[in-house]
Write a protein of this length. Structure first.
Ligand SMILES: Cc1cc2nc3c(=O)[nH]c(=O)nc-3n(C[C@H](O)[C@H](O)[C@H](O)COP(=O)(O)O)c2cc1C
Ligand code: SF4
Ligand code: FES
Lengths: 205, 434
């Protein structure tokens, strides 16, 4: 029995098929597991292990290396506030403090209603809009505390559901069409390319 | 005055709202370069890139043409594009993947053709949710348009591109760590030698890793010729470059300007660029190439934006991100935050990096938040010297990758340039700015 919903399972199998080696699908599959459960659950880990030909221990050990994977439940909205250098110079630390008060949760924890988890992040590569805020990895561009408060109210009332889908960076990323080069194809073409190159070098001599 | 006559090479579509769509891309010359490249021999395409003297835009500044030609003897299996962009204050690749994904995809196809690889990967940092959507859409569109897949535009060349999401780890920008992540493992940098993935890369096979901006230059180079690219800039720093300007400036943002013909002062102060310092304050210091780079003071504002020029003054242009601090900025706090970043992001394989970064961060924390001691200044310099003996730039390598030896950059520079500020923190028992 698959723990993944059938649509997620199908996307997972499509992803595995893209790579020359199945284990390479590890990170995208963990994103999918998180999309379904809101975090990387034990059941999700078991399914990723099955799909990648690894063990649950290997999946967990890999997932724990990466900041984006939550091994425990998190709020519906994960709010990240950057305090790295450019954001720091724009008052990022004070901003994070404000966010903590507005959301009613300490940095690194979840609000009581389960709606928000607040995180202090490293640079999010949007430094000209400092201090930078992401919600479920969508840039919100609320650089003033007033704008931040308004955004939180909109999140609560569901007004931003279109802009901020639930967890899962890949929720709107879907590959369509194309060739999936098999390992054999890559290897064959490589040999052919080498031969063609050598004969061209011969010709120009 | 800034020199702004150079063509826009990678940001030519910046004024279009729909710059990321296939329709706009085709209307503005998209995929013409690919058609042209496919009529040339692969080696001839690579020669144009060699002639352009295009330096890698990911940080190390290695010439792309040279990287490719090292492979002539052993053909390459895979091309991997580095879009992990996590160096603090660097945000130029973010601009490229969201605003011009087709240009990136076309560049990747051209590079794949020149290298004769049939499988390419575009690795994007996981936090780029929109960037992932846009690049995947561009890849889908390219397949539908015949620019990707089997027998591209009717030629004999076939290529598959997989868009791969990262998951939040700065170290995965280091090319061998990125390959580990792409193999589905923890992002631990690999032990060198071999120094280049071109020898042993993805799945143990020869692999070329290039940055997003490096790839995005290729359509223009094929259309206009390597010589036209090399005619811009000067010395080894040819062409234009995207500079990400952040910190205490009026107009932070991504600016494409000609290399060497402009100085840091032009970038920071020109009304069409940075526009000067917020509230017209005095500049205190700036970081010339990402937080791994040693800092500069205002006396170096007239230095040209060129790779060798900046290296000559003991720092690096690195990832092309410039952070400006002014008289209101606390350099001790800035340094503490940077060391906190390194301490969090060290992958932990090497003792000097793992232990050194934590130790430095704790000492910096006390200085900034109270409890700092005068001896801490010597302690900090000593710790820095242990990580990168001699505190030279480029640093001595004591670790598997250069994250470790980059930790001392800001600490050493800040203590050297602003010792009085550190002393004031000790005497005040914390940050006097608060
Ligand atoms: C700690 C560390 C982080 C790095 N991060 C990035 C990055 O985010 N993006 C990037 O293109 N290169 C990064 N690099 C440089 C890459 O290792 C590699 O040199 C580069 O991707 C090669 O592409 P280029 O030759 O086109 O510049 C990083 C290097 C180190 C040591
Ligand atoms: S220098 Fe630091 S980040 Fe690099 S491999 Fe060693 S411990 Fe990891
Ligand atoms: S420093 Fe905050 S987004 Fe870059």
């Amino acid at each position: 029995m698959s723990h993944f919903r059938s649509d997620i399972r199908q996307r997972a199998e499509e992803l595995v098929a893209l790579y020359p080696r199945t284990r390479s699908a590890m990170l995208p599959l963990l994103h999918l597991a998180q999309e379904q459960d809101g975090y990387v659950s034990d059941e999700g880990i078991a399914e990723v292990a099955e799909l990648t030909g690894t063990t649950p221990a290997e999946v967990r050990g890999t997932a724990s290396f990466y900041d984006m994977f939550h091994l425990e439940p998190v709020g519906k909205y994960v709010v990240g506030v950057c305090t790295n250098i450019a954001c720091l110079l724009a008052g990022g630390e004070e901003f994070l403090e404000h966010a903590s008060q507005k959301l009613g949760c300490a940095v690194g924890s979840m609000s009581e209603d389960g709606l928000f988890t607040l995180e202090e992040t490293e640079c999010l590569a949007d430094c000209d809009r400092a201090p930078v805020v992401q919600v479920n990895h969508r840039y919100m561009r609320t650089t003033t505390t007033d704008a931040f408060d308004a955004m939180v109210d909109d999140l609560r009332s569901g007004k931003l559901d279109h802009d901020v889908p639930p967890h899962g960076t890949l929720i709107r990323v879907r590959r369509s069409g194309g060739l999936r080069a098999s390992r054999q194809e890559v290897a064959d073409q490589r040999i052919a390319a080498k031969a063609a190159r050598e004969s061209r070098i011969e010709e120009t001599k | 005055m800034a020199s702004l006559d150079a063509p826009r090479i990678v940001s030519s579509r910046r004024d279009y709202q729909d710059s990321f769509t296939l329709a706009r891309y085709l209307e503005t010359g998209g995929y013409v370069a690919l058609r042209k490249a496919l009529t040339m021999f692969p080696e001839a395409v690579a020669s144009e890139v060699d002639a352009a003297s295009l330096l890698g835009r990911g940080g190390a500044g290695f010439p792309a043409g040279r990287k490719w030609s090292m492979l002539r003897k052993s053909p390459i299996s895979y091309l991997v594009v580095n879009g992990d962009e996590s160096e603090p204050a660097t945000f130029k690749d973010h601009y490229l993947v969201e605003r011009d994904p087709h240009q990136l995809v076309e560049g990747v196809i051209i590079a794949s053709y020149a290298l004769q690889v049939n499988q390419a990967f575009i690795y994007l940092r996981g936090e780029f949710a929109l960037g992932l959507e846009r690049v995947q859409q561009a890849v889908n569109d390219a397949y539908a348009h015949g620019a990707l897949g089997s027998k591209i535009f009717g030629s004999d060349f076939s290529l598959d591109i997989v868009v791969h999401p990262g998951a939040g780890a700065y170290i995965c920008g280091e090319e061998t760590a990125l390959i580990e992540a792409l193999e589905g493992k923890r992002g631990f940098p690999r032990i060198k030698p071999p120094f280049f993935p071109a020898v042993t890369g993805l799945y143990g096979e020869p692999t070329v890793v290039n940055n997003v901006e490096t790839m995005s230059n290729l359509p223009w180079i094929v259309n206009n010729g390597g010589a036209a690219f090399a005619a811009l800039g000067a010395g080894r720093s040819t062409g234009t470059r995207l500079f990400a300007l952040a910190g205490r400036v009026k107009n932070p943002g991504v600016y494409e300007i000609e290399m060497v013909k402009n100085t840091f002062r032009d970038l920071i102060y020109d009304p069409k660029l940075g526009g000067g310092i917020i509230d017209d304050k005095q500049i205190k210091a700036f970081i010339p190439g990402g937080v791994s780079a040693p800092w500069f003071g205002p006396e170096l504002l007239d230095l040209p934006l060129g790779q060798d020029e900046v290296a000559g003054e003991g720092s690096m242009l690195g990832s092309g991100s410039i952070v400006v601090m002014d008289e209101t900025s606390c350099v001790v706090r800035a340094t503490w935050r940077i060391t906190k970043f390194f301490s969090r992001e060290s992958c932990g394989q090497c003792t000097p990096c793992r232990e050194g970064s934590g130790w430095i961060e704790r000492a910096m924390y006390r200085l900034e938040h109270g409890g700092g001691r005068m001896e801490d200044l010597d302690l900090l310099l000593d710790l820095c010297d242990n990580i990168a003996p001699g505190l030279t730039w480029p640093p001595q390598q004591t670790t598997i990758c250069v994250l470790g030896p980059s930790i001392p950059s800001s600490v050493h520079a800040a203590i050297k340039m602003f010792r009085d500020d550190f002393v004031a923190h000790v005497e005040h028992g914390g940050c006097p700015h608060e």
